[in-house]
Design a protein around this ligand. Structure first.
Ligand SMILES: Nc1ncnc2c1ncn2[C@@H]1O[C@H](COP(=O)(O)OP(=O)(O)O)[C@@H](O)[C@H]1O
Ligand SMILES: [Mg+2]
Length: 253
């Protein structure tokens, strides 16, 4: 039996727009399991980002419950929610959002210092390890602008996991990368997941979807399809791609 780490029940999200309301999520029920590499797919505008932000408390749902480790983050006070996001969640985006005047090393360590669950020396040591794992140890003093997109995204991944989050959220993390950098980033995410990291990733890239242990397809903010997969192995990539392509075709992707 897998443990649900996040449980969404009747989750709604509406935005004020042009004097009216647009309803993007209208009663989402979804469990995300510990240890899974869950991937959410769906057409552009189907509500993938909105769902990710609601499930991670980045942007509060307007109704329903989002239980994380048994606590409802929809009703949580802002200060507590901010602390939870900082200590228990990691985030990666299509745009890396690195701080432009900080070195790669500083970009990674600052959230560690802010969190204060480790000593500064331990944070530095973990940052060094992560930079080695991400292949960016040699450029630790570079500013983001002096790095390629792939290097910046690998730095952003290290930053996202510096506090050993319970859940790593990723919104189109390969959306701005070329093929080679995409593979590198996906390999790193796969490696983190193999080491036990729970991941929830939104993508519209079928190659990225290949890394999932569970695929979820959404349409108009609702789950319309689901596919369970064995853990990713490179040797099975081709047959996996075929299986996922067929599934996506059935979803009218
Ligand atoms: N702040 C907002 N105000 C109004 N509409 C929004 C807002 N954010 C997203 N939307 C709308 O919600 C829908 C889903 O958006 P989004 O979750 O970004 O989709 P996806 O990530 O699947 O492309 C889109 O139609 C978008 O225009
Ligand atoms: Mg999006």
């Amino acid at each position: 039996m897998k443990n649900a780490i996040i449980s969404a029940r009747g989750v709604c999200k509406s935005f004020a727009h042009n004097g009216g309301q647009v309803h993007i999520l209208t009663g989402l029920d979804l469990d995300i399991y510990e240890g899974d590499f869950t991937v959410i797919m769906g057409a552009s505008g189907s509500g993938k980002s909105t769902m990710l932000y609601a499930l991670s408390g980045m942007d509060r749902a307007t109704g329903g419950q989002v239980l994380f480790q048994g606590e409802d983050i929809v009703k949580m006070r802002e200060k507590k929610l901010a602390a939870l996001r900082r200590s228990k969640f990691g985030f990666i985006f299509q745009q890396m959002h690195l701080v432009s005047n900080l070195s790669l090393f500083e970009n990674i360590t600052v959230p560690g210092y802010l969190n204060q669950t480790r000593s500064a020396a331990d944070t530095d040591q973990r940052a060094e390890q992560l930079m080695a794992q991400m292949g960016i140890a040699k450029i630790k003093t570079h500013l983001p602008a002096q790095c390629s997109g792939g290097e910046q995204q690998r730095c952003a991944i290290a930053r996202a996991v510096i506090n050993s989050p319970d859940m790593l959220f990723a919104d189109e993390p390969t959306g701005a990368l070329n093929r080679k950098n995409t593979t590198e980033v996906l390999d790193l995410l796969t490696e983190l997941n193999r080491a036990g990291q729970s991941i929830l990733m939104v993508t519209h890239d079928a190659r990225a979807a290949c890394r999932a242990s569970r695929l979820i397809y959404i349409e108009d903010g609702k789950v319309v399809g689901e596919l369970e997969l064995p853990s990713y192995t490179e040797a099975e990539e081709k047959s996996r791609e075929t299986q996922i392509s067929a599934w996506l075709a059935a979803m009218e992707w």
